[in-house]
Design a protein around this ligand. Sequence first.
Ligand SMILES: [Zn+2]
Length: 139
Amino acid sequence: MDTKIQKILEARGQWNADGISRKAAARLCPLCRRPMMVGLDADTAAFTAKCSPEPLNATGELLALMAGLRTYSISWLGNAYVIDFRDVDRIKWSPPGSNSRDDVLAEHRCDFVTTKQMTITRNAIPPVYETGVSDDAPF
Ligand SMILES: [Zn+2]
């Protein structure tokens, strides 16, 4: 594509040369080949957020912050996942798991591995209810 046309389209927000946008997308880290979510972390003046996909609990976020990593909220907006940077106020007033609409992710760093103790556990398997049990009393 002509660079002049590309610059005009980029200025209008109609062209994205690196494919990174506000809509988060799953990608593999080119170095460690682990999955990560990538997207812009704000509507304006955004940075590219590269996050490990495991949702953190409060302990996980604390350990990530202590390791010098940024943390992000990821939420589903009906047609796409969106990543937002967690500033001090979000960390303080919206701890992981307090909001059912979003999860907290740690910045991806190849040497930082999220353990099971650091993630929110959810009941991925729905409860099994007995069927065919009569409501009648057994006596
Ligand atoms: Zn990596």
